[in-house]
Design a protein around this ligand. Structure first.
Ligand SMILES: [Zn+2]
Length: 343
C-alpha cells in the first residue's frame, strides 16, 4: 500500500520504456528473438538502466530491445494491458501513456494497426482496473533531419485525429534532441492545430532553453521535461504568462545526465517561481522507477514538501488531456489531501 494516498497522476510515460522484464523475456522467446542474457535475472539487470547513461541519445538506444519485440498486435496489446494494471496497482488514478506508432511497423503493421492494438490493451486494462483512467498520446519522432520521416509524422497526427474520441488524447514529438533544429518540425504542430488535436512536445532536456522557445512557438501548453527553461528567466516568465506546464521526470533527467544530481535539479525552484510543474516517470521499467520512488526522492533530495507534490498532481490534472468533467472530482480529492496536511 502506497504511503501517498492522494490521487496520483502520470502525464509522461512511454509504453516501450515500461515493458515488464518477465513479459519481454517470454515474448522474445515466443518470437525467436535473441536476448542479451541467458536467464531472466541477468536480463532484468540488462533491461533496467543503471545510472551509467551518458546522454539522452545513449539512453534511447536502450529502447531497441523492447522495440524488437513490439512489432505485432498481440505484443502491443499485452504490454499496454499490463502497464495499465501495473499503474492501477500502484494507486494511480489517471495516466497518459505515449508511444510512437511508426516504430512498430517492421513486421507489416500499419500505424493504425499499432494504435488499435494499444487501445485494445488499454481498454482491457481499464475494464479490469476501473479505478484508473488512461489517455493515449501518439508520438511523432525526431530521428534527424525533419525530412527523413515527415510523412510518417504527419500520418501520426492524422491517425490521432481519427482516434481522438476513442482513447487517443493528443500527439507529442519525441526522440533524439540536438541533431537538427526543433523548429523545423513546425509542420507536425501546424497539422495538429488544423485537425484540432491537442499536443505536447519534448524539449529542453538534453538541449538548452532555445528548444523550449521552439516548443512554445509551436503553441504548446505542455512540454516534456523542459527543465532547461530554468536558464532563461524571460522564457520562464513567458511560460507562466501562457499557462505552460512542464512534465518533469527527475530520475530520467539524472540517468540521462541532463542534470548532474537530484540535489541540483531545479524542480523546486521552478515550482517556487510559479511555473506549473508535474512529476512523472518517463520510462518506468527502463529507469526502475515508479511515482512513489520519485516522490520519495523529491522529498529527501530535491527540497519539495508533501504539499508541493500534491500541488504538482493538481497541476497534472489541470494540464491533462482528460475530459473537463473528469477533472473536478480528482482536483477536489487533491484539495482535501492538501487540507488534511494542516490538520
Ligand atoms: Zn519522454
Amino acid at each position: 500500500m502506497s504511503k501517498y494516498t492522494f490521487p496520483k497522476v502520470d502525464l509522461h510515460l512511454h509504453l516501450d520504456g515500461s515493458v515488464l522484464p518477465e513479459s519481454a523475456w517470454e515474448m522474445a522467446a515466443q518470437r525467436g528473438i535473441a536476448l542479451p542474457a541467458d536467464n531472466l535475472e541477468d536480463f532484468r539487470k540488462f533491461i533496467v538502466v543503471t545510472a551509467d547513461c551518458r546522454s539522452v541519445n545513449e539512453y534511447l538506444k536502450r529502447f531497441e530491445m523492447p522495440l524488437q519485440i513490439l512489432q505485432d498486435a498481440e505484443a502491443l496489446q499485452r504490454v499496454a494491458y499490463e502497464l495499465v494494471c501495473l499503474l492501477s496497482s500502484q494507486g494511480l488514478r489517471y495516466a497518459e501513456i505515449r508511444f510512437a506508432p511508426q516504430l512498430h511497423l517492421r513486421k507489416g503493421l500499419t500505424q493504425g494497426d499499432a494504435i488499435e492494438a494499444v487501445l485494445q490493451g488499454v481498454q482491457k486494462g481499464m475494464a479490469e482496473c476501473p479505478s484508473i483512467d488512461i489517455g493515449v498520446i501518439l508520438c511523432a519522432m525526431v530521428f534527424g533531419e525533419c525530412g527523413i520521416n515527415m510523412e510518417q509524422n504527419l500520418q501520426t497526427v492524422r491517425e490521432a485525429a481519427k482516434y481522438l474520441n476513442t482513447g487517443v488524447v493528443a500527439v507529442d514529438l519525441a526522440g533524439a534532441e540536438g541533431l537538427t533544429p526543433l523548429s523545423t518540425f513546425a509542420p507536425v504542430f501546424d497539422l495538429a492545430k488544423e485537425l484540432h488535436v491537442p499536443y505536447t512536445c519534448h524539449a529542453g532536456d538534453s538541449q538548452g532553453s532555445e528548444t523550449v522557445l521552439d516548443a512554445l512557438n509551436f503553441g504548446t501548453k505542455r512540454i516534456g521535461h523542459g527543465h532547461h527553461i530554468f536558464e532563461d528567466k524571460d522564457l520562464c516568465a513567458r511560460a507562466i504568462a501562457e499557462g505552460v506546464t512542464l512534465e518533469v521526470c527527475p530520475t530520467s533527467n539524472i540517468q540521462c545526465s541532463t542534470r548532474p544530481s537530484y540535489e541540483e535539479h531545479p524542480l523546486k525552484k521552478l515550482i517556487d517561481m510559479g511555473i506549473s510543474c508535474t512529476i512523472n516517470t518517463d520510462n518506468m521499467i527502463l529507469s526502475d522507477i515508479d511515482l512513489d520512488k520519485e516522490y520519495d526522492r523529491c522529498l529527501s533530495q530535491m527540497g519539495l514538501t508533501l504539499g508541493d507534490i500534491i500541488r504538482c498532481n493538481i497541476n497534472s490534472v489541470k494540464a491533462s488531456f482528460m475530459a473537463p468533467e473528469k477533472k473536478q472530482p480528482l482536483i477536489r480529492e487533491l484539495i482535501d489531501a492538501l487540507w488534511g496536511l494542516d490538520a
